[in-house]
Structures are given as structure tokens and as C-alpha cells.
Design a protein around this ligand. Structure first.
Ligand code: NDP
Ligand code: OXD
Length: 315
């Protein structure tokens, strides 16, 4: 790090220590300020690191040079109509994060495939029911919406269990053992062969509410939905209607239109829906601190930044 630059943390104040300690270790010359806790001059802020800053806030930092997103998903920045578009936005790409996402998806796909919820209910009732044997994984077709950094690893890890794998993306992919569907015109055939549908798309104007009654109707009878991407992908009332009509067999949801999920949400108590509080993967603060320190060093030495968001594409 060449000059004494200032990095502003725009994260909940109670989390501050998670980043300040590794940043102090890795870049002792970097001045680190915490929005909401420390006094600072907005004009002195060179870099910012955060997840869902208040809309309009970043615009108040006139000399901002790079924004680092704590998350892989950057909708929390791009939904801000006042995001200063001349400032590059670097998103979080990390194998450990992708691996956690893959673990979550494999776990919930297997829980569904092996009918574990049914056996949980039998246990609660003290019933010894061997029931029908589970289907062979070779006969179960899983479709991944989004074959990017995370979706590809999710598909590869599920492929290891011998499921029939396919993925849908904007551009065609060539990944061993994973059938590629691309573009809007191939969404329908992709859905028609997906017994388990897993959403790992970024939230953009094109993908908002992609999980809706039309898409559900195109899934095979008894299909199961896993959404680990963003709550904005899902029309929650359409999901409940599709499950209650028995067209879908259930869902696992990690993300919600409103987070925290309101106490009054019918999703909490639905017997065929599993809810987790946006924990499929959590960005590791030490890795994130390293991404920021490396990005600042690249910027100061005139090297191109990595994992910069394409504002046109929206991810
Ligand atoms: P990437 O940008 O690497 O991948 C995005 C994928 O979506 C790409 O394959 C892209 O296609 C595809 N895509 C985007 N728009 C469209 C479209 N309109 N039609 C078809 N395909 C499209 O993202 P990541 O894999 O890193 O992350 C995905 C999302 O996962 C994040 O945006 C975030 O919302 C979510 N996430 C959730 C977490 C959690 O804890 N629940 C944790 C981490 C991430 P192409 O390859 O052709 O460009
Ligand atoms: C992310 C997330 O986008 O945690 O990384 O949701």
C-alpha cells in the first residue's frame, strides 16, 4: 500500500471487529473508519466495503475510488438509483463461499431425495415405517438456474451423487456431465426436465420474480424448489399456491423478499417449506479483508481490478 488511504466499513457496527482486526494485520497503514461509529470526513474516504448500504449513501463520498461488496450478490448496490456508476464495484468471489453454497444445496437436495422430512415426522409419531425405497439418484433430474461461480460448483457437487444435472445461464456452457440450456427460449425445456430446481441467479431486472406461477407450472408434477439466491427471485404467494395445490412437493428457502422474514409470514409454519435465515453461505471476513487489501494494492499500482461488476449486465 503506497499512500495512507481510508477504507470505510459500511456494515452493522456490532460486526466491526470482524474486519478491523484482519485489516489491521494485513494493511497497518490503511486508515479504517466505521460508518455509524467513527468520525470521518466523507471527502477523505477512498474505498468502501459493505453489503446493503442505505440508498444514496455512497453518492455522499465524493472521492470514492472502489466499492467492495461483502457479498457475491450485488443487488443491494445496484438497486440504489444513486449508486455512483463511475466507481467500480468489486463483488466477492471465493471458493469457500461457493463450497458452502454447494454444501447447502447438496444437503437440501438429498434431504428431499431421501424423504428425510417424512422420516422426521414418523419419528415424532414413534412410527417404524420403512416405506418405499428412495429413488435412484440417476433417475432424479436437477436443474440449476445460474451456472456462474457458485452454480457451477453446486452442479458439479450434485453430479458427484449421480443426479441427472442441467443448468440454465445466459450464455452456453460446456461442463462435463451437465446439460447446458441457454437464454430465454431454452428456459421452458430446462424447467420441464427439472425435478429439483435450484436458483443461484443474481437478482437483476431480468431475473426478478423468475420463480412464479408460470415457471412452477412448467416444472414436472411433484417438483421441489430450492432458492438460495435472492428473495426477489420468488413470488412467495405463487410458491405457496403451487405447493398447496400439490403441483410442487415443497421448497427450501434461504432468502426472502423481506429479511428478516416477518413473524407473520405464512412461510414460517408451512409444513412443506423449510426456512433458513440467509445462512447458506457466509462471507469469511479474513478473506474479504484480503480481497479489499489486494484490490486497493492493485488499484494503487495501476493494475486492473478483478471481479468487477458489469453495470450493463447487472451482475
Ligand atoms: P455469477 O455472476 O458468477 O453467476 C451468475 C449466473 O447467472 C451466470 O451463469 C449467468 O449467466 C446467469 N444469469 C444471469 N442473468 C441471467 C439471465 N437473465 N438469464 C439466464 N442466466 C442468467 O454469480 P455467483 O454464482 O457468484 O452468485 C450467484 C448469486 O448467489 C448471487 O448473486 C447471490 O444473489 C447468491 N448468493 C447467495 C448466498 C446465500 O447465502 N444465500 C451467498 C452467496 C451468493 P452467464 O454465465 O451466461 O453470464
Ligand atoms: C452473498 C450473500 O451475496 O451472502 O454473498 O447473500
Amino acid at each position: 500500500m503506497t499512500a495512507r488511504s481510508t477504507l470505510l466499513l459500511v456494515v452493522p457496527v456490532t460486526w466491526a471487529g470482524l474486519w478491523t482486526a484482519p485489516l489491521a494485520d494485513m494493511a497497518p497503514d490503511l486508515i479504517v473508519k466505521m460508518h455509524g461509529r467513527d468520525e470521518y470526513d466523507p471527502a477523505a474516504v477512498d474505498y468502501a466495503l459493505g453489503f446493503r448500504p442505505e440508498p444514496g449513501f455512497l453518492k455522499t463520498l465524493p472521492n470514492l475510488k472502489i466499492v467492495f461488496s461483502l457479498g457475491a450478490g450485488v443487488d443491494g448496490f445496484l438497486n440504489d438509483p444513486d449508486y455512483p456508476k463511475h466507481v467500480p464495484l468489486v463483488r466477492f468471489v471465493d471458493h469457500t463461499l461457493s463450497r458452502e453454497m454447494a454444501q447447502y444445496c447438496v444437503m437440501h437436495a438429498l434431504i428431499h431425495h431421501r424423504q428425510q422430512r417424512m422420516f422426521d415426522a414418523f419419528q415424532r409419531e414413534g412410527k417404524w415405517r420403512q416405506s418405499i425405497p428412495p429413488r435412484r439418484t440417476e433417475d432424479r433430474r436437477i436443474g440449476i438456474l445460474g451456472l456462474g461461480e457458485i452454480g457451477t460448483l453446486v452442479a458439479e457437487r450434485l453430479r458427484e451423487h449421480d443426479f441427472q444435472m442441467a443448468g440454465w445461464s445466459r450464455t452456453r456452457k460446456s461442463i462435463d456431465g451437465i446439460q447446458s440450456f441457454a437464454g430465454t427460449e431454452e428456459l421452458k425445456p430446462f424447467l420441464a426436465r427439472s425435478d429439483i430446481l435450484i436458483c443461484v441467479l443474481p437478482l437483476t431486472p431480468d431475473t426478478r420474480h423468475i420463480l412464479n406461477k408460470t415457471t412452477f407450472a412448467q416444472l414436472p408434477n411433484g417438483a421441489f424448489v430450492i432458492n438460495v439466491a435472492r428473495g426477489g427471485h420468488l413470488v412467495e404467494s405463487d410458491l405457496i399456491a403451487a405447493i398447496d395445490s400439490s403441483h410442487l412437493s415443497g421448497a427450501t428457502l434461504d432468502v426472502f423478499e423481506t429479511e428478516p422474514l416477518p413473524e407473520t409470514s405464512p412461510l414460517w409454519k408451512h409444513p412443506k417449506i423449510t426456512v433458513t435465515p440467509h445462512v447458506a453461505a457466509i462471507s469469511d471476513p479474513r478473506v474479504m479483508a484480503k480481497v479489499a487489501v489486494d484490490g486497493i494494492a492493485r488499484h494503487q499500482s495501476g493494475k486492473p481490478l478483478e471481479n468487477v461488476v458489469d453495470f450493463e449486465r447487472g451482475y
